[in-house]
Design a binder for this molecule. Structure first.
Ligand code: NAG
Length: 261
């Protein structure tokens, strides 16, 4: 009797399939198998990865499909080019043997970025109300950066706002950058003003001497770059940038906000 009731419900849910003559138990098994596949660890991992590596769309741009470019020495490099646009999306992720507090101290040192960001030749913190109020915590800062590109590529500059958030419970630092304007740095004809849709750095503590690093950037360099340059950016830039950042943290103090992390 019970089976009939269940069969009747299934029949009501899948009338088309029923007309084709399959029995209730066959369809229940099929649905169970499908659910099993959908909930399998591989699929869940895949979905989690899609979520974690998606860039928030900026300026009406749709989210992007990452392609794994390289996976070696514990470093994974991803890139994506949006069809019909000059914008570039790059991503690197790795885990390093370093306390997050040292990485955070290094991260907030704007001057030291000159030592480890390729092509960066000038950086300036532009005054904002937020940065003076917060006493140099890095949050709300507006930065000017100039990149000296190899000939014949024109130099690029950006004006970006940085926001930094600490999540104590998850032991995470989430920093993001986005293009903005600043009266101290009007656009001139001397260089090309590129657009940063979003650059993000996520540091996650995995113990007292282990930190996961995720770096992601989505920019429009404004004007096409030679393919060798694009190749360099897509394949080497994330790894080089993250490696340079990590080495800049080697001899710095733990940040006071993270000594207990
Ligand atoms: C920031 O980095 C520069 C260059 O590496 C270094 O000279 C300076 O002492 C650092 N500043 C702080 C506050 O650590």
């Amino acid at each position: 009797m019970e089976r009939d009731v269940a069969g009747g419900k299934t029949r009501a849910l899948f009338p088309y399939l029923y007309r084709r003559g399959a029995s209730a138990s066959v369809w229940l098994v099929a649905c169970g198998a499908l659910l099993g596949v959908l909930l399998s660890p591989e699929i869940m991992k895949y979905l989690a990865r899609l979520r974690s590596s998606s860039v928030e769309p900026g300026d009406g741009e749709e989210s992007i499909a990452w392609e794994l470019v390289e996976d070696s020495g514990g470093f994974r490099t991803f890139s994506s080019r949006v069809q019909g646009s000059s914008s570039l999306a790059l991503r690197g992720e790795t885990t390093v043997d370093e306390h997050i507090g040292r990485l955070y101290t290094a991260f907030l040192n704007t001057t030291s970025t000159l030592d480890w960001v390729r092509f960066l030749v000038e950086v300036e913190e532009l005054p904002t109300q937020a940065s003076s109020r917060r006493g140099g915590s890095g949050d709300g800062d507006v930065l000017f950066q100039k990149y000296d590109m190899p000939w014949p590529v024109k130099d690029r500059e950006v004006v970006i706002r940085r926001s930094v958030r600490l999540d104590k419970r998850a032991k995470k630092m989430i920093a993001s950058y986005q293009s903005t304007d600043h009266p101290a740095r009007p656009i001139t004809s001397a260089t090309v003003r590129a657009i940063v849709y979003r650059t993000s750095w996520i540091l996650t503590s995995l113990g007292s001497s282990k930190t996961s690093i995720e770096f992601e950037t989505r920019t429009d360099p404004k004007g096409s770059l030679p393919s060798a340059m694009v190749g360099f950016l897509q394949v080497k830039f994330p790894r080089e940038t993250v490696a340079g950042f990590v080495s800049s943290a080697r001899n710095v103090e733990l940040h006071p906000a993270m000594t207990k992390w």
